[in-house]
Each structure stands twice: as structure tokens, then as C-alpha cells.
Design a protein around this ligand. Structure first.
Ligand SMILES: [Fe+2]
Length: 412
């Protein structure tokens, strides 16, 4: 169970600011200083596609929840409830609610929604107590359209819980207004040691209420006794056995995510038999080959892959294939995936992990590789991709919005 006082203490003030505009169902008389809000973070939209989307939201006490949605802000006449095999989902941690739009969905449709949570207490199996439902503010989003002439993606990485950097990135993302935000790994300081860390880190920044968050795990995100709790906070992708492999079309861009996993061989003694990333990378290779052949992905003018650890290194850098040190680039990932990326003409790989930005120009049929910066205010970056049917413009920006590097890829 979340320690509510801890949660409040740790959630940055900027992340709670979203609570202010409208709480349409009155809360019982209590103040934020007394008790954590039932809705303990903003909605985090994931898996946005023409047919629907999913929303995660941190909660401060055991609750069920639902999404009220519709095609106008004053007509949220649809309701999506998370249930598994008939039993409505409840959590004292995070609500994860998929929304299927049916014939109200479709490419480019605008959808309005809000999260509602209702406290739940079990006295016995037949004596359940319900508190007053609390609704968050109404939000809006646009379902993606493969035929849209333009798409903008912003990429952040290696935030490592640096609060000031996260706050600055929230501001930059608000300024840039991307259609999709990719969080390209290493979200936690070093490991997820306590269960409450997971929703606090993943579900308190307010940057994906009106756009899709594509979460890509980093090597630190799979460490610690509570790393397995990520699956309770984030919506599962289309294949539950490959939860972080997603291929989505947004306008001229096909966006694909790969999970590089740990930065040392599975047999390294520090993992004590808990690492199985080598067979997982091979399974992802098979998925990648199929995903790149899907008509909606194959037909995209530009295909972009996101993975935390780079797939190419600088001369002399550690490829992570030996027990010495740790990977600066994933030799195992490169062996499994690079031939597939080359064959499919993937234009760009975007990575992080190195805490220093750089651009590796495309050579020998390999895609361009762009690596984002580090967690400190002075080395953090926002990578912005602007795709139209003929060009993909890539810019690496610092936290003031200054361009550090820019490249333009043209349709080959
Ligand atoms: Fe990393």
C-alpha cells in the first residue's frame, strides 16, 4: 500500500497543479495536507491508436475507476471500466483502464475524457464500502491518423528522478506539443526498491494527458525488488508476453519500440539467475521482422526505432558481451536486430543510456543513430522528430529549447 504522506511529500508541486482546475465531484471535507488525493497523479495516456487508447492513473487508496469519454467536453456519455474476467479491477496503487472507441473512434477523431475513481473497502466479501467518486478534469486527445501529413514526436531519456529536469521537460513538452512522447528508459534513480516508487516515478509527471506516452524500459528500470510492479502501472501492449514492443503509425512515421534489457550478460553474477534478456532479444527480433512487414508499418515514409541502449558504439566502447564492465552499446541487441533494421530500411534509431548526446551518421546501410543526453539540467535533452511524407527532421535540443544538432533525412 502506498504511504500517502510519502507520496505527497515526493510528488513535485508541479505534478499536483493539475488537480486545481476542476474536481467536479466534491471531495469530503479534507485538505491535501491531511490526506493524499484519491487521484494521486494526472492521467497517463498510452497505446493511442485509431480504435482507442489506455489510461493509467496513480491512486492513493484502494479504488475502482473508470474513464468517462465522448466526442464533446459536455457530453462524456461513454464509460470504460477496467475488468478482468468479469471482476472489476481495483488497486491501491494505480488504475489502468483500456478504452475502446468502437464506431465513435477512427483516424483523426477528437475524444474528450476524464478519469473517475471511487474508494473501495472490503469488510467481508459481502460487505463492501464505497466512498464518494472523484473525477479529474476533462482532457482531450486526437486519435492518430496514418494519412495525416505531419507527425511530431518528442523523446526524453535517463531522467533518473531528477525533479528539476523532469519539471523543465514538462515545460518544454508543453511548448513543443508533440503527438507522441517517448520516455526512452532509465526513469528511476538507480532501481525500483519499494513498490510506491513505481507509480510515483512513472505516473506523476503531467506530460501525457493529451498525447500518447510510449514507454521504453532502460537497464535501471528492470532493477530492484519492485521492478516487477511496472506491469501494475502501465497498460499492456498488444502482446502481453512482449509488453514493451509496440509498432504504431502516426502520420508519415512508423514508431517501433525495442527493449534492450540489462547492460551485462544474463550469466553475470550480479543478477543471481534473474536475467533472461538474451532469449528475449531473439523473440523481439522475430516480432520486429513481422511488425515491419505489417502494411501500415511497411508503407510509412519513415520508420523509427526507439531503444534505451544504443545499437552502435564508438570505437573501443564496451558491447556488453563480456563479464567486464557494462555495455555502452548492446552488442547482443545489434546482432539480433540490426540485420532486420537494415533490410526494412529503418531510417533512424533513437537511444539514450550514455548521458551524453551524439549523432552517428548512417553508414553501410545502417540507420542514423541519435543518442539523447543525461539527467542533469545542463546535459538533459529533448529530441524532436518532425515527419512529413518527404522529410524527417531530427533536432536535439537542450532544456532552453536551443538546438544542439539538427539533421534532415529524406525519403530514400
Ligand atoms: Fe541506461
Amino acid at each position: 500500500m502506498l504511504d500517502r504522506r510519502d507520496l505527497l511529500r515526493l510528488v513535485p508541486a508541479s505534478s499536483l497543479a493539475w488537480l486545481a482546475p476542476s474536481i467536479s465531484v466534491p471531495l469530503a471535507a479534507r485538505t491535501l495536507s491531511e490526506v493524499a488525493p484519491l487521484l494521486a497523479g494526472p492521467p497517463v495516456v498510452q497505446h493511442l491508436r485509431p480504435e482507442g487508447f489506455a489510461v493509467s492513473c496513480a491512486v492513493g487508496q484502494l479504488a475502482t475507476g473508470w474513464i468517462e469519454w465522448g466526442q464533446a467536453p459536455e457530453a462524456l456519455d461513454q464509460r470504460a471500466v477496467a475488468a478482468r474476467a468479469g471482476l472489476v479491477q481495483a488497486s491501491d496503487y494505480a488504475l489502468v483502464i483500456p478504452v475502446s472507441c468502437g464506431d465513435r473512434g477512427g483516424p483523426g477523431r477528437r475524444i474528450f475524457y476524464r478519469v473517475v475513481a471511487q474508494p473501495l473497502q472490503y469488510e467481508t466479501a459481502y460487505k463492501l464500502h464505497r466512498g464518494e467518486a472523484v473525477a479529474g478534469p476533462t482532457q482531450s486527445l486526437t486519435l492518430p491518423d496514418p494519412a495525416a501529413p505531419h507527425a511530431r514526436v518528442a523523446v526524453i531519456n535517463d531522467t533518473h528522478e531528477h525533479g528539476k529536469t523532469v519539471d523543465a521537460l514538462i515545460e518544454r513538452i508543453e511548448e513543443v506539443q508533440p503527438d507522441v512522447l517517448v520516455w526512452n528508459g532509465d526513469t528511476c534513480v538507480s532501481a525500483f526498491d519499494a513498490p510506491a516508487d513505481v507509480p510515483r516515478v512513472l505516473l506523476t509527471p503531467r506530460w501525457a494527458t493529451c498525447r500518447s506516452l510510449l514507454f521504453v524500459p532502460g537497464n535501471h528500470d528492470v532493477r530492484g525488488a519492485s521492478a516487477r510492479e511496472l506491469s501494475r502501472c502501465l497498460a499492456a501492449g498488444p502482446d502481453a508476453s512482449l509488453p514493451y514492443n509496440v509498432a504504431r503509425r502516426h502520420g508519415p512515421l512508423a514508431l517501433l519500440t525495442l527493449d534492450t534489457g540489462e547492460d551485462k550478460p544474463d550469466g553475470h553474477p550480479v543478477f543471481a539467475g534473474t536475467a533472461a534478456y538474451e532469449p528475449y532479444r531473439l523473440r523481439q527480433a522475430a516480432w520486429l521482422r513481422e511488425a515491419l512487414q505489417r502494411p501500415d508499418i511497411a508503407s510509412a515514409p519513415f520508420k523509427v526505432v526507439f531503444c534505451h541502449i544504443p545499437l552502435q558504439g564508438l570505437p573501443g566502447e564496451n558491447d556488453g558481451l563480456s563479464l567486464e564492465g557494462f555495455a555502452a552499446w548492446s552488442g547482443d541487441g545489434a546482432q539480433a536486430w540490426m540485420p532486420v533494421l537494415r533490410e526494412a530500411g529503418v531510417a533512424l534509431v533513437v537511444s539514450g543510456h550514455m548521458h551524453a548526446w551524439r549523432v552517428d551518421e548512417p553508414t553501410d546501410g545502417r540507420p542514423m543513430q541519435v543518442v539523447g543526453g543525461g539527467p542533469d539540467l545542463h546535459d538533459a535533452t529533448l529530441i524532436v522528430l518532425d515527419g512529413d511524407p518527404q522529410t524527417l527532421r531530427v533536432t536535439i535540443q537542450d532544456l532552453s529549447g536551443r538546438e544542439l544538432a539538427q539533421r534532415q533525412l529524406t525519403r530514400g
